[in-house]
Structure formats: C-alpha cells, structure tokens
Design a protein around this ligand. Structure first.
Ligand code: 9UX
Length: 67
C-alpha cells in the first residue's frame, strides 16, 4: 500500500535523503518518494504504518509530520 504524508522543513536533497533513510528503517517499508518543494512524502509499505511511527521517524530525521 501507499500513503502520502506532508512533512515540513525540508529544503534540499539532503533533507529528503535524511527523511528517506529514517522512513526506510520502519518495518514493511519498501519505497519512499520525497517531493521537496511540496513536502509530499509517499511511503510504500507491505502493511499499514502507524502514524506515530512515521511521525517519530520524521522527527528523528529533524523534520515534522503535518497532521
Ligand atoms: Mo541543509 Mo537540507 O542544512 O537541510 S540538509 S537545507
């Protein structure tokens, strides 16, 4: 399945990489796609992710999940 989240604070490709790396560590995540200008982060996973886990990973990377 695929879910798109909004993340604030990313301004460059390195930001996107940090978020991607953290999210990829979550169990079941198979792909992460980041659009820096809009903050849209699309996560593909084998099962539905807990939003708290996604938020924690984004925070760990240094950014914030919206909503
Ligand atoms: Mo650089 Mo993207 O500080 O932050 S990683 S703008």
């Amino acid at each position: 399945m695929q879910t798109t989240y909004t993340v604030t604070g990313m301004t460059c490709a390195h930001c996107a990489r940090s978020v991607t790396e953290e999210l990829t560590e979550l169990e079941g995540v198979t792909d992460v796609s980041v659009d820096v200008p809009t903050g849209a982060v699309t996560v593909s996973s084998t099962a539905e992710l807990a939003k708290d886990d996604v938020a924690a990973a984004v925070t760990e990377a240094g950014y914030q999940l919206v909503g």
